[in-house]
Design a binder for this molecule. Structure first.
Ligand SMILES: Nc1ncnc2c1ncn2[C@@H]1O[C@H](COP(=O)(O)OP(=O)(O)OP(=O)(O)O)[C@@H](O)[C@H]1O
Length: 357
């Protein structure tokens, strides 16, 4: 597989710009996930790499090969040696699983013996060895998506492009295929660009995540970098459902919200975009808020709107300072005091992210 490099890429649909000056690199054998709100340009970027949308400017390279840009004619999609897998499995219903997987090799006139060997390997790595003679309509949705994956990797593409490839599957099937994909990346050295709007999937699968906003890269980094230090208030909101408070950071570094009812000392702030003084936005991250008894928290009391139970803790949704605010608790929030809809609670800020306004 090959490194994919995207440089200065801008694209448009007719006269409407959709991507602005994108620079991204996907090292060989790694997964880059494109994450972002609906309409942020994820699919358009993937289509530009695949060759279905020609950029206005910029280049895309696979290894040393220029796929588009540099003043030369764009390489047509079928000659890019990239494999794409879509949300809705495009396996051919009239062919068996084995025939589906064989198709790209037949097109390339790969000899019979090598073909057999490569098909066996591809079916083995997606766990479908026993299904070679089955027709797609006798398979589950997850198995059909595995066929699409086997057909994509059998051709040994330079990179695999996944467009919401797991989104149509139910959990826990999606979780199982996520694991298969991650193992494929590690054992087969796949280079993958994946589009998803599923934040957990992005965090689980990616080596690096690029968050897109309005056709621009808002942040690119490892999953832990994105979780620990969202680069802007909009990334914090998108990734964490953070609530945003307007205010001021004074000379000593204390944040005070515009209502004058909440102050946050500098030791409880992180500043991922650099030190902040003056007008500021405080992002209240759910994992940085603690639910406590009324009267013992920061600022005025909050009113509980809902408690959402989760495997790794509950999310307590509150109305606080005129906003909906989420607090993630790792323990039973009602152990020390009642936490139920309509009840008053305190919210204590353990840490929050501050950005220039
Ligand atoms: N064929 C098209 N012609 C014109 N505009 C388009 C076309 N496809 C997408 N767009 C517009 O380009 C913008 C980006 O769309 P795109 O599908 O790349 O976003 P996305 O992040 O993948 O969204 P989603 O998560 O909803 O799939 C949107 O405003 C969309 O309306």
């Amino acid at each position: 597989m090959s490194r994919i490099a995207i440089e200065g890429l801008s694209a448009a649909y007719g006269r409407v710009p959709v991507l602005h000056d994108i620079d991204l690199e996907v090292p060989d054998g790694t997964v880059l996930t494109l994450l972002g709100p609906s309409g942020s340009g994820k699919t358009s970027l993937l289509r530009t790499v695949a060759g279905f949308l020609d950029p206005v400017s910029g280049t895309v390279r696979a290894g040393d090969r220029v796929l588009v840009g540099g003043g030369q004619r764009p390489v047509p999609p079928e000659d890019r040696n990239l494999a794409m897998v879509f949300q809705h499995h495009a396996v051919w219903p009239h062919m068996t699983v084995g025939q589906n997987v064989a198709y790209p090799l037949k097109r390339r006139k790969v000899g019979r013996a090598e073909r057999r060997e490569r098909i066996e390997h591809a079916l083995e790595v997606v766990g479908l060895t026993a299904y070679a003679d089955r027709r797609p309509d006798t398979l589950s949705g997850g198995q059909r998506q595995r066929v699409a994956l086997a057909r994509a990797i059998v051709a040994r593409p330079e990179a695999l492009l996944l467009d919401e490839a797991l989104s149509a599957l139910d959990e826990p099937l999606r979780a199982a295929l996520r694991l298969t994909l991650r193992q494929l990346v590690d054992t087969e050295g796949l280079t993958v660009i994946q589009v998803t709007h599923d934040r957990d999937e992005a965090l689980a699968l990616a080596d690096r995540i690029a968050v897109l906003h309005d056709g621009r890269v808002a942040q690119v980094g490892s999953p832990s970098e994105l979780v620990d230090a969202p680069a802007s208030a909009s990334v914090a909101t998108f990734l964490h459902d953070a609530a945003l408070l307007d205010g001021q950071v004074s000379a000593d570094g204390t944040f005070a919200d515009t209502t004058g009812t909440l102050t946050v000392s500098p030791d409880r702030q992180t500043a991922p975009a650099g030190p902040v003084r003056g007008p500021a936005t405080l992002a209240l991250l759910p994992q940085g808020l603690e639910v406590c008894a009324p009267g013992t928290g920061d600022g005025p009391p909050a009113v509980v709107e809902a408690v959402l139970y989760g495997r790794s803790g509950s999310t307590v949704v509150c109305r606080w300072l005129g906003q909906q605010v989420r607090a993630l608790t790792s323990t039973d929030p009602s152990a020390d005091h009642p936490v139920a809809p309509g009840q008053d609670v305190g919210l204590r800020i353990r840490h929050a992210a501050v950005y220039p306004a």
